[in-house]
Design a protein around this ligand. Structure first.
Ligand SMILES: Cc1cc2nc3c(=O)[nH]c(=O)nc-3n(C[C@H](O)[C@H](O)[C@H](O)COP(=O)(O)OP(=O)(O)OC[C@H]3O[C@@H](n4cnc5c(N)ncnc54)[C@H](O)[C@@H]3O)c2cc1C
Length: 429
């Protein structure tokens, strides 16, 4: 199974090669009914399935490829802290109280993910520490303030400012100007978590079907019907957990969540380069087209960066990422690259999650904009909480102002491409 190629994203990942056994789930065979039907077998969908099934709700999950073939099994593995935007930035848009509520929610999401893995005995290769670093000069004040604000206003004492010297020491690179180190978070092997989660959902009674693509959604007699080539599923409630892979299945979601390709390469083990990330922290930089990297448990560099619209071959990805690695670590310019892969990040206009009822009984959740590892797991759980009548802070996310992308279905991709090209250019100036 280590040779399995996701049909919806390019390249075979290092995660795939090291995740161990990856159980398969049968395709749908005939028509069914359930209380809740879920489209999409990433973290959002599977957490919802797990949390519903364990409370006795009948749930069917339909996944067009294999569970984890989307972003959830192929991402950078960085958990982060808070939301995608820094809390002080969010404060400008939505005020302190709401920004604090969203920060606290993300902390709960972090705890939830780690507790879930430990309760289910899933070894997720957790490694502590993350650093946000500035790729341009002039950000010292802002980064210093970020650490202070987190401690004083958000009750988060785990951030510390790093000057240029400390940043160079901790990253092992002189490429960055300053940074903030976060000792309250870490990074993981996402596919191991995904495999364990799918297994937990199945064991709790969720009915999971892979290689079963939903081709249309319609309402009939107060129920929602999901059509697939293998049969129809009808349900009281539907969760669209399709994120950047929505395609044209449902137009409201498609107009709010845009897929952007992001690519990662894994190097040979760095045994001859002990100076690279000596403390084992993960790194995300300040570029608009973010570069993110970390070491794996077996001492490779997993380096991610390129964002494009079309898929590219693993060889192109390896060559492109190698150039980015060499800019950060010149001594690694000839390092062997053993795996190169990509996936689609679902982004929204304001880079905040999209949570909305898009049709009667049909909720869409996604668009975590590159910050979904913790949030997708938690939002799946929150959806289940809502369905079962427990208190759920999902409304905090639902209340965010997330407009659709301009340009309609035909023009929005070229428009976003132009915008991103512009920002990528600015990253270089
Ligand atoms: C390369 C990469 C690096 C990333 N790095 C990080 C990181 O370091 N930290 C972080 O926090 N986040 C990161 N992310 C984002 C994170 O992975 C996502 O936010 C998160 O996994 C989203 O989970 P999801 O379940 O909502 O969607 P996905 O995991 O994308 O799952 C959606 C699923 O829906 C299925 N689907 C779609 N349409 C249909 C249909 N019609 N019928 C049936 N099934 C369908 C797809 O096949 C797919 O499996 C990264 C993403 C990528 C791609």
């Amino acid at each position: 199974m280590s040779e399995w190629q996701s049909p919806i994203a390019p390249g075979i990942s290092w995660y795939q090669a090291t995740a161990g056994e990856r159980p398969t789930y049968p395709a749908l065979d005939g028509s069914r009914a359930a209380d809740v039907a879920i489209v999409g077998g990433g973290f959002t969908g599977l957490q919802a399935a797990f949390n519903l099934a364990r409370r006795g709700i009948s749930v069917i999950l339909l996944e067009g490829a294999r569970v984890g073939d989307g972003a959830s099994g192929r991402n950078g593995g960085q958990m982060g802290t808070g939301q995608r935007a820094w809390p002080e930035e969010l404060e400008q848009a939505i005020g302190f109280e709401r920004s604090k509520a969203l920060f606290d929610m993300a902390e709960e999401a972090k705890r939830y993910l780690l507790d879930f893995a430990s309760e289910h005995d899933i070894d997720i290769d957790y490694m502590p520490g993350q650093m946000n670093v500035a790729h341009k000069p002039g950000h010292e004040k802002e980064y210093r303030a970020n650490a202070e604000i987190a401690a004083e206003r958000y009750g988060y004492p785990h951030l510390s400012y790093m000057d240029r010297e400390e940043t160079a020491e901790r990253t092992g690179s002189s490429h960055y100007y300053c940074g903030v180190r976060d000792t309250g978070t870490g990074h993981i092997h996402p596919l191991k978590l995904l495999i364990g989660l799918a297994w937990a959902a199945r064991s709790a009674g969720a009915d999971i079907h892979e290689m079963t693509k939903v081709t249309s959604i319609r309402r009939a007699s107060g129920k929602t019907r999901l059509e697939t080539a293998q049969g129809t599923v009808s349900a009281e409630r539907v969760l669209l957990a399709t994120n950047g892979y929505i395609g044209e299945l449902e137009p409201v979601t498609a107009s709010h969540i845009m897929p952007i390709g992001s690519f990662i390469a894994a190097t040979e083990p760095l045994d001859a380069h002990p100076g690279v990330l000596p403390g084992g922290e993960a790194v995300a930089d300040s570029r608009f087209v973010v570069r993110y990297f970390r070491k794996s448990r077996d001492n490779r560099l997993l380096f991610g960066g390129r964002e494009v619209y079309s898929s590219s071959s693993p060889q192109d990805t390896a060559n492109f990422i190698r150039r980015q690695i060499a800019e950060t670590y010149p001594e690694l310019k000839d390092i062997g690259i053993t795996h190169a892969w990509g996936g689609y990040v679902g982004i929204t206009m304001p880079r905040q999650p999209f949570v909305r009822d898009v049709m009667p009984g049909v909720t869409s959740i996604g668009g975590y904009s590159g910050h979904g590892l913790m949030l997708s797991n938690f939002c799946g759980k929150l959806y289940a909480d809502r369905i079962t009548g427990s208190a759920s802070p999902l409304a905090e996310l639902e209340a965010l102002d997330v407009p659709s992308f301009p340009g309609g279905l035909r023009l929005r991709k070229p428009l976003l491409f132009l915008a991103l090209t512009w920002y990528a250019l600015r990253d270089r100036l």
